[in-house]
Design a protein around this ligand. Structure first.
Ligand SMILES: Cc1cc2nc3c(=O)[nH]c(=O)nc-3n(C[C@H](O)[C@H](O)[C@H](O)COP(=O)(O)OP(=O)(O)OC[C@H]3O[C@@H](n4cnc5c(N)ncnc54)[C@H](O)[C@@H]3O)c2cc1C
Ligand code: SF4
Length: 477
């Protein structure tokens, strides 16, 4: 009998009610139960040409029908093994990938990528299924024996323990190399640890993945700021190869009045709260003082995470973005969650000045309204100012969540860089210095977890090849 196509009845992931979830940093998306997961898995049509659809939509090309099929067969361990062939951190990607722009955006139930036209319904909840499988293996305590090649005697240093460095370390360790990870912060995870709030990504999950790496023999050295405590050149001398994955974690300001007391970069606020647990101050030593009302400038992941954070600190929260919701790069469902939690979102609003009082403290954010005009070079309609639309959003603090910059401390004066300050690499992730590879946000200036992870895995393959052949082809340019 032909399979009935279930276009619309996508299973919703259970959530903690908005009024409750704003009271704590506890993760609010509760995940599928086995029954919901099975029912959702059965919505998949197992398209024969999935490689042109959902698999192509996933930056790391997870075999999506393959792992979903295993769920329908009740083989959750098999589903997990299928996913980690490509995505080594299923519980993380299942939670944080912007699936609507990636795998789910190419699901035939939602969008027919082959015929390039909208289909009738809602995509299979691929992310939630991936999270379910990853969580099942972690929570049930199954001890996986991950295969590892015999020791090669080669040593590789990984600089930066974000998703890119962790993925690279994982693959290099499995290939039998000795891997040492140097990380500036006291814990591993990169943005996943200091940026994304625990309300979206429980820290237990990052700890679990780090332990997986440790059990493969990877050694972590925390509190090592490469460029200060040890130089990149020294690491190159001490190891057979180096993978640089220091991200792009330097915050950006840039508006009249941004010197005032109460102006913060997103990275500072998020690090204080999510890494140093400022919400527990004074029990935790690090405070964060944002007053009672905060205005957050930006419309991407970072702005959303600042808003999640400030709402949980009990603040009146305004998000100010010059474009529209549809053009924002954050996950669309996150905007719904923020609205449910009481955030005030000002679309098509351009901040022009941070206003202060005579003591130099923030008292408001002066803005103008925008409307959509002709498309810009990216093809998106360019926001243009609406005449006489100036207004002030009263606030005690302003957070700039408008993108990050690369922090060149680790590689300044050593590696060739682009005019944006990112590290130049060739298609094999080789930099201008033989033996040093780079990937993740440090080469692309800011992208997604899964793309950084993909860089780490691909780079590991090229590092392994280099260790065996010593072939170096970077020519600059
Ligand atoms: C607030 C925020 C929220 C985000 N949310 C999402 C999301 O929901 N989904 C998504 O897909 N993407 C999201 N992103 C983007 C994503 O997190 C990044 O693209 C990804 O983390 C980049 O990975 P990476 O490993 O290259 O760098 P990072 O994650 O930045 O890790 C770099 C690591 O290097 C360390 N380091 C830096 N300098 C040195 C040094 N000199 N010596 C030693 N160590 C050093 C840092 O401490 C850090 O641990 C978000 C980004 C931000 C800022
Ligand atoms: S890794 Fe991310 S994009 Fe790829 S299938 Fe999983 S959730 Fe989708």
């Amino acid at each position: 009998m032909a399979k009935k196509i279930r276009y619309l009845d996508r299973n919703k992931e259970p959530m903690i009610e908005a009024s409750e979830r704003v009271k704590s940093f506890r993760e609010y998306a509760l995940g599928f139960s086995p029954n919901l997961a099975l029912d959702e898995a059965k919505r998949c049509l197992f398209c024969k040409d999935a490689e042109q659809r959902c698999i192509k939509g996933c930056p790391i090309h997870v075999d999506i029908p393959g792992f979903i099929k295993k769920i329908t067969e009740g083989d959750l361990l098999g589903a997990y093994k299928k996913i980690i062939e490509t995505d080594v951190f299923p519980s993380i990607c299942g939670r944080v990938c912007p699936q609507e722009r990636q795998c789910e955006g190419s699901c035939i139930l939602y969008y027919d990528t082959v015929r390039d036209r909208k289909a009738k319904g809602l995509p299979v909840s691929i992310g939630a299924l991936e999270k379910f499988v990853g969580d099942f293996v972690r929570i049930s305590g199954i001890k996986l024996t991950e295969e590892k090649a015999l020791p090669t005697g080669m040593r590789v240093a990984v600089v930066g323990a974000g998703p890119s460095g962790l993925a690279c370390a994982y693959d290099l360790a499995k290939r039998g190399h000795e891997v040492h990870v140097y990380e500036a912060l006291p814990k591993a995870g990169g943005v996943m640890r200091y940026g994304i709030p625990p309300a979206r990504l429980d820290r237990e999950i990052i700890d679990y993945e780090v332990q997986r790496l440790e059990s493969l023999g990877v050694k972590f050295f925390y509190g090592h700021v490469v460029g200060r405590t040890v130089s990149l050149s020294q690491l190159k001398e001490d190891y057979d190869a180096v993978y640089l994955s220091v991200g792009a974690g330097r915050g950006k300001l840039g508006l009249k009045g941004d010197h005032l007391k109460g102006v913060f970069s997103a990275i500072e606020v998020l690090t204080r709260v999510n890494l140093m647990e400022a919400y527990r101050f004074p029990e935790a030593p690090t405070p964060v003082d944002l007053g009672r009302k905060v205005a957050i400038i930006g419309g991407g992941f970072t702005a959303v995470d600042c808003a999640i954070t400030s709402l949980r600190l009990g603040l009146e929260t305004h998000v100010v973005y010059r474009r529209t919701r549809e053009t924002s790069s954050a996950r669309q469902e996150e905007w719904d969650h923020l609205l449910e939690e009481g955030a005030k979102i000002h679309w098509l609003t351009q901040p022009v000045e941070v206003l202060g009082n005579e003591k130099g403290e923030v008292i408001g954010l002066k803005c103008i309204k925008m409307e959509l005009g002709e498309p810009d070079e990216s093809g998106r309609p360019r926001p243009v100012p609406v005449p006489d639309s100036e207004h002030v959003i009263e606030c005690d603090s302003v957070i700039f969540a408008i993108g990050q910059q690369a922090n060149p401390l680790a590689y300044e004066g050593i590696l060739e860089t682009t005019r944006w300050g990112t590290v130049k690499v060739n298609e094999m992730y080789q930099t201008s210095v033989e033996g040093i590879f780079a990937g993740g946000d440090v080469i692309n200036g800011g992208d997604t977890v899964v793309r950084s992870l993909a860089h780490g895995r691909e780079a590991a393959k090229f590092i392994d090849e280099y260790l065996r052949t010593k072939n170096w082809t970077f020519t600059g340019g």
